[in-house]
Write a protein that binds this ligand. Sequence first.
Ligand SMILES: [Zn+2]
Ligand SMILES: [Zn+2]
Ligand SMILES: [Zn+2]
Length: 326
Amino acid sequence: MLKTDKTERLELYKDRNTQALISKFLSGEISELEPVYDPKQGYHYPPVESIVGDASDAEAFLKKLYDGGVLERRLYDKIVYCPKCDSVNVSVHYCCPYCRSFAIQRSALIEHVKCGYMDVEENFRKGNKLVCPKCREELRKLDVDYRKAGVWCACKDCGKSFDIPVATHFCRVCHANFTFEDAVIRDIYAYSLRKEAKEEVATGWVIIAPIRDFLEENGFEVESPAFMKGKSGANHMFDIAAYGEGAKRKVTVIDVATTVEAVVSEQPVIALFAKIFDVTPDSAYLIAIPAISENGRKMAELYNIQVVEAKSQKEVVRALKERMKG
Ligand SMILES: [Zn+2]
Ligand SMILES: [Zn+2]
Ligand SMILES: [Zn+2]
């Protein structure tokens, strides 16, 4: 499952627009891509528009990168559209649950802590002061003398009182009234670069690119990423495949494994072995940055995988050069 995911992302990385957007994330120009609201256009994403050239293409582009596992998203807002005319110029009406009128009066409920009397704020008002209508004492300090105990609403049309109003929508364009059931609601997202994508891109651009160049300069034909069919009929992906010159066209496959920990585990050795067992290239390399674990080294030896250790991306080509000579 994870493999398909990565394969799809690697395809997307080849696209110039994708590369341009990812660069903005990696350079720190964008940490999270938030939509910008414009009263005429609605929500849009200006940095993406400058890449893809058109506002209507921007959303499809972002959706593709989200579906492909390059970007992750978080719910940023919801837009309510009028079901009759599609306008976003929609307001909220808080209505009386009994007669549906939106002519309601909201009041704060106040409780006099000392005597326990509770009523709406208006009934405590005496000029600039708050005075308890029951015990006639003045309320001075909030949360000491008195506390707010929620809201209380009164309907100006039917005269009933209630605590929770019913929300409805009013379209300012076609004047339609509609409820939650009929509202057309669209989710709006903010996007950021997925951790996996960040790592893959760093590996691909910073580490794989110089290796490619080195191999090409030395007469190899290079594919990266390379998709190769095995004896089983399954397709396998390698970070790099290099084909030698001459009639035999010897095939070398290379995977790159990086870790932020001290050493790369045996896991990428096992993964590479499973693939070369099926594909049977002439030689296989695992580039481990910064180093390989003891267990990984033993397994690689057993599986006939050449391990190249390099502390940094700068060292990779030099280390590979030495290894491939021998
Ligand atoms: Zn009182
Ligand atoms: Zn009412
Ligand atoms: Zn409308």
